[in-house]
Design a protein around this ligand. Structure first.
Ligand code: UDP
Ligand code: MG
Length: 321
């Protein structure tokens, strides 16, 4: 087992986007709990380009308590980028990723810490038991997503596990080394491996404010996950193409034999049209899939930074802009 330091530091990484009214309730729920848990504590907020009073609130908090720190992006880069920034800048021996809206119960952190320190786990994540807070459609589509993802991907991800988790420093260092722009975090956690444990919990509804994710965003998120962790959609076309070509070849032989034996047939409009439409559809679909991969390649090859930091209460690091 990897030895845990006796004097250790806990970092909380909290992405926030237009969450001015959620900050105070979050702190009053977490601080008293965590002070008892960790000898040293840091709460690092990542302001993901909020347009309400979130940043002003964060400045105030950081000035009043040195354990409260923040990074502010120059615009909204998305939760995945915010988490990456948090992982990059947190200094703890254990780093906990948590939402600010209290949907990730802070009481569970004590359990995470226990499994990390006593059980020797490098990553402990929450598994949503019930998703009563989510609509039936969201639950259903999420279920399909996990099923499809795990069928096609080389690194399976656990169902109903979100970003709420504790990462050991070793995992943090591993994640910091990943250079890709498409940050599908659930896939990256699974890719990192190490000793992982899922802890079941009940996910309550949001306390204040509203969800920042809409279906279109979730759909794109799912596509990102599948296309950056599987090449199956790309490879499947050669097999499908092969099968169809074989069938077509067989059919050609049938037609030729028929013409030779029975003479020229009356042209069949329906069968011709069906074949043309079918192949047209297949070709468009496979070009679309090529496009998904190509688009991601373009994004990767530009090597743009994942986010830009406009302001921070942390000391500047090399490479920060
Ligand atoms: N969030 C963010 N950037 C975004 C959207 C969300 O940093 O573009 C943060 C948000 O402030 C919250 C967490 O990510 O702390 C989870 O967001 P939300 O509660 O809206 O997601 P849901 O719980 O509905 O999945
Ligand atoms: Mg939420």
């Amino acid at each position: 087992m990897h030895a845990r330091p006796s004097h250790w530091r806990l970092s909380l990484v909290v992405p926030v986007y237009n969450e001015a009214e959620a900050l105070e309730p979050f702190l009053s729920a977490t601080l008293p709990l965590l002070e008892k848990q960790a000898p040293e504590l840091e709460i690092l907020f990542i302001d993901d380009g909020s347009r309400d009073g979130t940043l002003a609130k964060l400045r105030e908090l950081a000035a009043s308590d040195p354990r409260l720190r923040y990074l502010a992006f120059s615009r909204n880069f998305g939760k995945e980028a915010a988490l990456s920034a948090g992982i990059e800048h947190a200094c703890g021996d254990a780093v906990v990723l948590i939402d600010v809206d209290l949907q990730d119960p802070p009481e569970l952190i004590a359990e995470f810490i226990y499994h990390w320190r006593e059980g020797g786990y490098d990553m402990v994540y929450g598994v949503r038991q019930t998703r009563r807070a989510d609509s039936a459609t969201k639950r259903q589509t999420a279920g399909w997503f996990y099923r499809i993802f795990n069928r096609v991907s080389d690194t399976p991800i656990p169902s109903n596990a979100g970003d709420f988790r504790l990462l050991d420093r070793r995992v943090v260092e591993a994640l910091r080394r990943l250079p890709e722009r498409n940050r599908f975090m659930k896939g990256l956690y699974a890719w990192a491996g190490f000793h992982q444990l899922g802890v079941p919990y009940h996910r309550p509804a949001r306390q204040v404010g509203s969800s920042k994710f809409r279906y279109w965003k979730l759909w794109n998120f799912a596509l990102d996950g599948i296309f950056s962790f599987s090449t199956l959609p790309l490879r499947v076309w050669s097999y499908l193409g092969g099968v169809i070509a074989l069938l077509a070849f067989g059919y050609i032989l049938v037609i030729i034999t028929k013409v030779l034996l029975l003479g020229r047939d009356v042209p069949g409009y329906a069968s011709l049209m069906t074949t043309v439409l079918f192949f047209g559809g297949m070709q468009l679909l496979s070009i679309g899939i090529l496009g998904e991969y190509l688009g991601r390649l373009v994004t990767e090859s530009k090597r743009r930074p994942l986010y830009l930091i406009a302001e921070t209460s942390l000391p500047r690091q090399d490479g920060d802009l």
